[in-house]
Ligand binder design. Structure first.
Ligand code: ATP
Ligand code: MG
Length: 384
């Protein structure tokens, strides 16, 4: 009796003619996530099976697969040759020792001597005989023993369905550049977009020595977690210290965040061009902090020449974002207390509804092109 893992996928079937392409991508992403773990991946009638792994690796494999977008559900199953005694032996291992249960059979192999109802009843009956503290409840059982009698002469017997990450295979929806800070929001924004099939690269702006090296390490740790969902990525790190000093020296301090955001967007668009990203993604949420007003977004959008800016968290409350960051495993790192560059030289009263003419007249005091070019020259790329 061999242990296998069943992978059922999500919306791929929607894709008609492109289905083959989606499935290949999906398989590549699964293989990538299991790199270094012995296994074989097989496609079987609308599902995938992982076989040939060490029993000790089951939990490791499941935790990797739970980060692969496109997976709807997973089950750990016993694979046996299709005869009644073998199926029963597996059902006995899957069945609980007490409580209510039912057996559910799906029979693809119509040459199997019992039909689905008969097999369910026979396996269920024998379980009842052998395990005295079990009882049957066909309407709302605590446990279900599932039996899949397949066309190839083998059967899969399994208990629970484990929820997968959902979404679409990464790589099926182009590539985006995520502005990642050390905060809670931006990793969640990246996760949401990757879930819809988009590959990611990230850019992070720091103002060393005003922000410390731990702040950068924190972003590296966040990007690493995100890269497990995004099937790898590059983190572009840019120093904006000089830009902030110049704004501080020459402009009305109330415009620090507004002007810095515009620099971030300009630099991000250049990096997006160089890495083939087709959009810019931020973790902004409408009205969450002073700079995240529609006027603030209008001001930062205005410097983008070509690309769309996606703000997937725009309509989310903070507690909804926190919940998601806990789910994806970034929360504990995000709440570490290191400063972000946006908190350096932060004015007491930042403008919340910047007027474009004021923004432009403050910005006119700076040599924007030279500052952008200088910042780009500090680019460091970290690969995951
Ligand atoms: P987050 O939790 O993602 O830090 P936030 O609530 O702190 O968001 P802001 O500081 O206003 O909000 O930042 C809004 C968005 O701008 C971030 O979600 C991120 O996309 C981008 N951003 C902010 N700071 C940086 C940075 N240092 N490097 C890269 N992007 C940044
Ligand atoms: Mg922040």
């Amino acid at each position: 009796m061999e242990k296998v893992i069943i992978i059922r996928y999500c919306e791929l079937y929607l894709k008609g003619k492109n289905r083959g392409y989606f499935e290949r991508l999906f398989a590549v992403n699964i293989e990538r996530s299991l790199k270094g773990i012995r296994h074989e991946l097989r496609r079987k009638s609308g599902r995938y099976l992982i076989e040939g792994f060490e029993e000790d690796d089951v939990d490791r494999i499941l935790s990797k697969l739970c980060k692969v977008f496109g997976i709807h559900t997973l089950s750990v199953a016993y694979k046996v040759s299709s005869d009644f005694d073998n199926i029963y032996a597996a059902a006995r291992l899957v069945a609980p020792l007490c409580g209510t249960f039912k057996v559910e059979t799906h029979r693809a192999d119509k040459s199997f001597p019992m039909n689905s109802m008969q097999l369910s009843a026979a396996i269920g009956g024998r379980l009842l005989d052998d395990v005295k503290s079990l009882s049957v409840d066909v309407h709302s059982p605590e446990h279900v023993v599932n039996i899949d009698v397949r066309e190839d002469g083998t059967s899969l017997v399994f208990g629970s369905f484990i929820k997968g990450a959902g979404g679409m295979p990464v790589g099926s929806a182009g590539k985006g550049l995520l502005l990642i800070s050390g905060g809670i929001d931006s990793p969640v924004a990246g996760h949401m977009i990757a879930k819809r099939g988009m590959s990611l690269d990230c850019v992070h702006f720091h103002s060393y020595p005003y922000t410390n090296m731990q702040a950068k390490e924190k972003v590296i740790d966040l990007a690493k977690i995100l890269s497990e969902y995004a099937c790898g990525m590059n983190l572009h790190v840019i120093k904006v210290t000089h830009i902030q000093e110049e704004i501080h020296k020459k402009c009305n301090g109330e415009y620090m965040v507004t002007l810095l955001r515009r620099f971030m967007m300009r630099i991000a668009e250049k990096i997006a061009e160089s890495c083939g990203a087709q959009c810019i993604i931020t973790g902004e949420s409408l009205g969450q902090v002073a700079s995240q007003t529609i006027e603030g977004m209008t001001s930062s959008n205005a410097v983008i020449e070509r690309l769309p800016v996606l703000r997937p968290l725009c309509g989310f409350d903070k507690n909804e974002i926190i919940e998601r960051s806990k789910d994806i495993g970034t929360y504990d790192i995000s709440i570490l207390p290191y400063e972000d560059c946006c908190t350096v030289f932060l004015p007491k009263h930042p403008v919340t509804r910047p007027k474009m003419e004021d923004v432009l007249s403050e910005e006119a005091k700076l040599d924007v092109q030279a500052l952008v070019a200088e910042a780009l020259s500090t680019l460091e790329i970290i690969k995951f």
